[in-house]
Design a protein around this ligand. Sequence first.
Ligand code: GLP
Length: 259
Amino acid sequence: MEVVPLPSVDEVATLAADTIEALVRSRPDCVLGLATGSSPVPAYAELVARHRAGSGPSYDRVRAFLLDEYVGLPPGHPQSYRATIARELTDALGIDADRVHGPDPSDPQTAGAAYEDELEKAGGVDLQVLGIGGDGHLAFNEPGSSLSSSTRIKTLTDETRRDNARFFDSFDEVPHHVMTQGLGTILRARHLLLIATGAGKAPAVAAAVEGPLTASCPASVLQLHPHATVLLDPEAAAGLERADHYREVYATKPDWQGL
Ligand code: GLP
């Protein structure tokens, strides 16, 4: 795992956008795995700004797969992750809706296996953008999730429903159920790019990066991945014991070794 503590949220966004653009330039038909939530928003805004300024790559052949989706929202609900990603990123980059895939929340019983099939037929995810929950959840894999799980229905904890209530009119409106890629699904992506910012993420980041591999901290599953990158602002990095070492590794890494 490469842990990169950076001086600011802006620098996290810039490096994340650089990494995504480098992939799209080298592989114009790549498969991007997209997370929703607040953490990647500055990086997505940076990609959109560069695209509008004409300095970004073409996304005409890029395909995108969502990490997760709420179950039980009416189709087209503005807080559905499909609507959110279209609004925040894919529409502005010109990635047509038919190239944006997500688990189908209308039929949770069959949608998990169907989504795994779709991912496999697409050749798998090249770069998976991830956030981390305050409780260490990854996508919507709450603590206790199997480390080898596949896409399936999950029940949100009250803590996660409270965290996400800011996007809804009230706590009661936050769905109890979601469809989420499993931790095993996420591990099959070829590169994982986790973005964490803010003091609220510091304990979860420390547990994921330096704690034991455990289903009690689902994001610790990154420790099993051969190519995982963790981008942090100073607040999110505050709980790391080896932060100075990570900074030194990043500052002295050979030029030929990208993220
Ligand atoms: C959400 C999402 C995750 C996200 C995480 C953190 O509930 N399902 O994909 O990474 O929780 O969200 P945020 O970035 O808003 O803090």
